[in-house]
Design a protein around this ligand. Structure first.
Ligand SMILES: [Zn+2]
Length: 199
């Protein structure tokens, strides 16, 4: 198979930069602007960038292809090991359970994860995007996600708020929560076990 390295490199660069800029715009609104400026910078390191070019597909993550070929994605292992907005970063050995368990993420990284998910939905859905999409995407992965339950609930509640009340209100709310540095005692919108969204 002939790989089109040059055009892949241009396209991959464009994809990751466009995504980064969308996340930065959201981060400003969520009160984590300086943190947002550093979002996903490791994607420009050779370890991640070269794999991204080699396995560039355009419509899905190059990590998927690398994983199929090698049994793991080196680019992803590199990425999740140094980007704290990924819940996969937040796992550690738990001496009570005697196994690796998810750890509660600091609230400012939950906020960055929110910004990341909304940006990704917009980029994938293009003109079809609406404020239900990030919530629906969250629900599809929920049963299999290895994430601390309180972190999961906080993210879910914010995504639900986005769906119900829109961006302005949700970003303002997140900004206030980030300022406290704490998980709220009561979630802004209660999470109910809703039937699986059909779309
Ligand atoms: Zn990332």
């Amino acid at each position: 198979m002939k790989t089109k390295y040059f055009s892949n490199a241009i396209n991959h660069l464009r994809t990751i930069t466009r995504h980064r800029h969308a996340v930065i715009r959201h981060s400003r609104r969520a009160g984590i602007f300086r943190q947002g400026l550093l979002h996903d910078l490791s994607k420009y390191t050779p370890t991640e960038f070269c794999q991204g070019v080699k396995y560039y597909a355009g419509t899905f993550s190059p990590n998927e292809t690398e994983r199929k070929e090698k049994g793991y994605s080196g680019a992803w292992l590199h990425h999740k090991g140094r980007n704290k907005h990924h819940f996969e970063f937040w796992t550690d050995y738990n001496s009570v359970e005697r196994r690796v368990m998810p750890v509660k993420m600091p609230v400012r990284y939950v906020a960055e994860m929110f910004c990341d998910r909304v940006a990704a939905s917009k980029i994938y859905q293009k003109e079809n995007y609406n404020e239900k999409h990030p919530y629906e995407y969250f629900q599809r992965g929920k049963p299999n996600r290895f994430i601390h339950p309180e972190t999961s609930d906080l993210l879910e509640s914010w995504l639900l708020m986005l769906r119900e009340k829109g961006e302005k209100e949700t970003f303002n709310h997140i900004k206030r929560t980030v300022k406290t540095g704490q998980y709220p005692k009561k979630l802004p919108i209660a999470i109910t076990e809703e039937p699986h969204p059909e779309d």
